[in-house]
Design a protein around this ligand. Structure first.
Ligand SMILES: NC(=O)c1ccc[n+]([C@@H]2O[C@H](COP(=O)([O-])OP(=O)(O)OC[C@H]3O[C@@H](n4cnc5c(N)ncnc54)[C@H](O)[C@@H]3O)[C@@H](O)[C@H]2O)c1
Length: 432
């Protein structure tokens, strides 16, 4: 029997042993999903703290309850390690390592390269490798494939080992769409690769969407997040336009959204945040620059979105000015520093940029965030205020940057002296 059939048989019998490289927002839920589907699952991470937590049955990701992990750990279906040698016992390796930007805003694929090299050192005939990290078209074929092909003295893709790209689409904080019921796009380097990848993921995920190549799958993910970044950029520009016209952007957008076809609602806000939307389009833009093409929509949306923190700082300045106060020395309470509602993730959170700008102007900043008890970011190191209502009443200006549930926004608007609300938490328009 050839190695492909052996792999397919193991997958069908749930005897394939799965390794997840990178146990973060993407890797941990995926590891739990494979464990819950009945696969023996090993998590590999360079972060000893995460490995220790997982083996103790403790979750460090809000969307994954500790109980789900501890049950799997107790049943022996999930464990974690920092040692890549554990891949010697695995049949499948899914790569979920970070793909951030460098300071120059060029892609930093060093984590993917490191993971690929470490996997190659343990690759043997019959293994399936799936890259899940978001990246530019060509990464699977140009970065992973050559390293894996050189393994074990030379292996042929599609015959000796199998390689796919399948982007993760998880939306942190969301409960209606999870790893299991979000359709999963998948492209294989060969047909045999796709067959193996599809067989595995069909055991865990309700619907697989096969595409013709890893590049098509890589591009699909970038299109999805570029679509969001560009539309958020448009919504932010609508805010700037409405501001100049003396109109309320939220009123206009909500009214437009009543059209039952041909309009999709995106809202303005403090700017882009999170690991994906501010970052992923830059991967595509960078790739296109290497081909001598400027991805104009991405560049324009980036300009608009990155200017939003400064816009909101101007709004705070104007609001304080209207009551005869300068920013310097004023107490500004920021509510919600996470990049979006109901998460604790501070990566690229625009509130951090806004707080830094206000601090530079001499404002006395404090914050409240029910999901973020304390944080350190560059020169800023703060703890969430204990008494929200005292802080609201004490502040010269309350600035709302994340609209977490659990806050009484009406009351905050009523009790604060001035509110600058980047999320329109309270319907801001009334008919007179
Ligand atoms: N967070 C999201 O919502 C989301 C959604 C879809 C796609 N993605 C993509 O998924 C990928 C992972 O994102 P994330 O949010 O899970 O990142 P994360 O930072 O939460 O987790 C990545 C993990 O990889 C580990 N790691 C780094 N290098 C490693 C190595 N060489 N070997 C083993 N472990 C290593 C880190 O310690 C960390 O625990 C990125 O490409 C991201 O763009 C993220």
């Amino acid at each position: 029997m050839n190695v492909q059939q052996q792999l397919l048989d193991k997958i069908a019998a749930k005897e394939a042993r799965v390794a997840i490289i990178g146990l973060g927002y993407v890797g941990l839920p995926l590891a739990v999903a494979f464990g819950e589907a009945g696969f023996s699952t090993t998590g590999v991470d360079i972060d000893e703290g995460k490995v220790r937590d997982l083996n103790a049955g403790t979750s460090y990701i809000e969307d994954v309850p500790s109980l789900h992990i501890s049950r799997l750990v107790a049943d022996g279906r999930l464990w974690a390690t920092t040692d890549y040698a554990s891949l010697d016992h695995c049949d499948v390796v899914c790569i979920c390592v970070p793909t951030p930007l460098r300071k120059t805003r060029a892609p930093d694929i060093s984590y993917v390269v490191h993971a690929a090299e470490a996997i190659a050192a343990h690759l043997r005939p019959g293994m399936l490798v799936v890259l899940e990290s978001t990246t530019f078209p060509g990464t699977t074929r140009e970065i992973i494939l050559p390293r894996c092909s050189r393994a074990s003295g030379g292996l042929t893709v599609g015959k000796d080992f199998f390689l796919c790209f399948s982007p993760e689409r998880v939306d942190p904080g969301r409960t209606d769409f999870t790893t299991k019921n979000t359709p999963k796009v998948m492209g294989g380097v060969t047909k045999a690769c796709l067959n193996a990848g599809q067989a595995l993921y069909e055991a865990v995920i309700d619907r697989i969407v096969p595409v013709s190549s890893p590049e098509a799958a890589e591009m699909t993910k970038l299109l999805e997040n570029t679509f969001r970044a560009v539309n958020i950029g448009l919504a932010n520009e609508v805010l700037l336009i409405c501001d100049k016209l003396g109109l309320n952007a939220w009123e206009v957008i909500e009214a437009a959204a009543t059209k039952p076809f041909g309009f999709m609602k995106f809202l303005p806000g403090p700017g882009l945040g999170g690991h994906c939307i501010p970052v992923d389009p830059q991967y595509l833009s960078w790739k296109m620059r290497t081909l001598g093409y400027t991805a104009r929509f991405i560049e324009l949306a980036t300009d608009v979105n990155r200017a939003m923190p400064a816009y909101w700082v101007r709004k705070v300045q104007e609001a304080l000015n209207s009551v005869g106060k300068a920013v310097r020395g004023s107490r500004v309470l920021v509510i919600g520093v996470a990049y979006k509602r109901n998460v604790s993730d501070l990566r690229e959170a625009p509130a951090l940029d806004i707080m830094a700008l206000l601090t530079d102007l001499g404002a006395r900043i404090s914050y409240h965030d029910s999901h973020v008890p304390a944080f350190t970011h560059e020169d800023l190191s703060l703890s969430s205020v204990n008494d929200l209502w005292a802080a609201v009443c004490d502040a010269d200006c309350v600035l709302i940057t994340a609209d977490h549930s659990g806050y009484d926004w009406e009351a905050i608007h009523q009790r604060a002296r001035i509110v600058v609300d980047t999320r329109a938490t309270v319907k801001p328009f009334t008919l007179s």
